[in-house]
Write a protein that binds this ligand. Sequence first.
Ligand SMILES: Nc1ncnc2c1ncn2[C@@H]1O[C@H](COP(=O)(O)OP(=O)(O)OP(=O)(O)O)[C@@H](O)[C@H]1O
Ligand SMILES: [Mg+2]
Length: 270
Amino acid sequence: MKPTESMAANVATEMTEPFIQTENLTLEYGQKTAFANVNLGVNAGEILALVGPSGCGKTSFLSCLNRLTDMIPQCRVKGAIRIGTLEVLNAKINAIALRRKVGMIFQKPNPFPLSIWKNLELPLREHGIRKREQIDEIVETSLQDVGLWDEVKDRLHTSALALSGGQQQRLCIARALGLQPEVLLLDEPCSALDPISSGIVEDLITSLRQRYTLIVVTHNLAQAKRIADQVALFWVQEGVGQLIESGSVKQIFEYPQHPLTAAYVTGARG
Ligand SMILES: Nc1ncnc2c1ncn2[C@@H]1O[C@H](COP(=O)(O)OP(=O)(O)OP(=O)(O)O)[C@@H](O)[C@H]1O
Ligand SMILES: [Mg+2]
């Protein structure tokens, strides 16, 4: 093979390899298998929407990716997860460092009961960033990134709990962004918000595409269609969550391969 051909082949391989890849990922809570044998890839810089009926394992799946599952007694994760070059389930990796790389946002905004400033400063300090100028800069940039800076710059030292639900959710996203993650996992990030705040957070999520790789769990199919590059559908079959189908938004919504996907996207099931 000529050098140029081999280089082209390498580039093609790099471009097609997903940034996040799970292999036969299975999660058990004691005797209960939440989901089994999930093989799912997410490309760098894309948004994957994870959808499916309640109890099919969406939150459990996200929790594996930054090893929050380590904190649940009786929880066992089998299979493999690769994020970039990192083997996530390798016992030797530093879970704290992993969670810096792979941030998580929950359905209910969960700011610390502290000032807006402290909410952003605390995780930075925990990760060894202590210089005041550096913290100042990250606080401002993160708040700019989520469109909150102008709204809160004059009240940085007042309680984060006085912010509206939508502002609190954006603050939580800013808190994750301050740590310069590569991946953001968002578990129904808009579902506890009023429609206007939900729209603002949705636009924010879309604006993060390309800079980060995102997985967004949502029950809102219209939202999945608007924000996602790829969609994955989970479903409980014989008591166990399964990945039924994944593909581009067009495939899932217009040309579903599996009857359950067709039923789900038309609202006939789920
Ligand atoms: N800590 C736990 N211990 C035992 N079982 C659990 C635990 N967390 C979740 N489960 C079970 O695992 C299955 C998957 O739950 P999970 O919360 O991941 O579903 P989900 O798709 O996120 O649902 P929802 O859409 O309602 O948020 C469910 O049957 C749930 O009851
Ligand atoms: Mg859930």
